[in-house]
Design a protein around this ligand. Structure first.
Ligand code: NAP
Length: 332
């Protein structure tokens, strides 16, 4: 697109120079999601944004801002003037696998109170289901068996939250409010009211040994891939319960099965899997100790996150620092 630069030349005459500047266009690249609600939510805030939807997004040289989910790998090489890539969700593991992300591009993600509170609801529901033995009662119901089980107080159960970021921190606080004894683990040490925080590899064993319910809310990075394995899960107390709401590749699924089958673990509630949808023949489907949900623990609501998308788009135009930037070196 042609732009005009006004300036004073060396001979003090005003010069009008035509230069090529990219127009500011936002393209949605989300082959597995319906773009319509996203387009509507963004347009409702700023109808002036030049908004396009891949693959019919016209001249790709116009596109400076890409809003993406499950993009075809390598696609960014087609966008010569890309300045910002925004993940439609909180996680960026799939996005960052793409080696075509241009070096000068800023990557941002969604940080959203609705996303956080939905995750709190899910973890709370799974923890209470386990704590109040609803899963055992469901099995007893199948057998028409009337058998009270020993009650447990929430204050006597320690929940360990792995990952104390935007979501994990709030989930830990929510667990405290409900009365669970709550501990957490993150890379760097931090302070959260009424939560004992462990940090780094050197404190992982102590954290695991105390976690009667383990909640995984880590980002998926080379350091955290396969972190839930026979060795780490084996360090949980006998009868512990595992809740994985982060990413499927955090969990070595065969190792979990082994520890469920030898009764080291009481059960697991899984929202994410190495392969999604979970294949029909997968042993998790029929396992009495496993509760499955189809990656719904917390879903991004376009209406709720549209303001931060538009704000970042405007900041890009004004060349200001963007919100919710991803640290590409750390991978989250
Ligand atoms: P975040 O703000 O980036 O926080 C990540 C946390 O993990 C931080 O506390 C970080 O430690 C910690 N961490 C990272 N690498 C670590 C390592 N090697 N060892 C120990 N701790 C490590 O992420 P978030 O927004 O809370 O989201 C977490 C994840 O939830 C997302 O990446 C996504 O995969 C998942 N998620 C799932 C769903 C769903 O529906 N199932 C929905 C939303 C999100 P520091 O604080 O020290 O940096």
């Amino acid at each position: 697109m042609a732009g005009i630069v006004y300036g004073l030349g060396p001979d003090y005459f005003v010069k009008f120079v035509e230069v090529d500047t990219p127009s500011m266009t936002l393209s949605l690249i989300c082959p597995t999601k319906d773009p319509a609600p996203w387009v509507a939510a963004i347009k409702a805030i700023d109808s002036g944004i030049d908004l396009r939807v891949w693959p019919d997004d016209g001249d790709k040289a116009d596109v400076t801002f890409a809003l993406v989910w499950a993009q075809p790998q390598g696609i960014f090489a087609q966008y010569a003037n890309l300045q910002v890539i925004a993940s439609m969700g909180a996680g960026v593991d799939n996005l960052l696998k793409d080696s075509s992300i241009p070096e000068q591009t800023t990557v941002v993600r969604m940080v959203d109170p609705q996303l956080v509170s939905q995750m709190g609801d899910y973890v709370l529901a799974a923890s209470l289901n386990h704590g109040r033995q609803f899963l055992n009662y469901a099995q007893q119901q199948q057998r028409r068996q009337w058998q009270p089980l020993a009650p447990q107080n929430m204050g006597d159960i320690t929940v360990g939250v792995m990952g104390l970021g935007q979501i994990g921190n709030a989930v830990a606080t929510r667990l405290v409010q409900v009365g669970f004894r709550t501990i957490g683990w993150s890379r760097r040490n931090k302070s959260i009211e009424k939560v004992q925080v462990f940090s780094g590899q050197q404190q992982l064993a102590d954290f695991l040994a105390a976690s009667e319910i383990l909640v995984c809310l880590l980002p998926l990075t080379p350091e955290t891939e396969n972190i839930l394995n026979a060795e780490t899960l084996g360090q949980l107390p006998q009868g512990a319960y595992v809740i994985n709401v982060a990413r499927g590749n955090h969990l070595v699924e065969e190792d979990l099965l082994l520890l469920l089958n030898n009764d080291h673990l009481a059960g697991a509630c899984l929202d994410v899997f190495r392969q999604e949808p979970l294949p029909q023949e997968h042993p998790f489907w029929r396992h009495t100790k496993v509760t499955i949900t189809p990656h719904i623990a917390s879903l991004t609501n376009p209406v709720s996150v549209a303001p931060q998308i538009v704000e970042n788009y405007r900041r890009m135009q004004r060349k200001q620092p963007l919100m919710n930037q991803v640290d590409l070196r750390q991978g989250y």
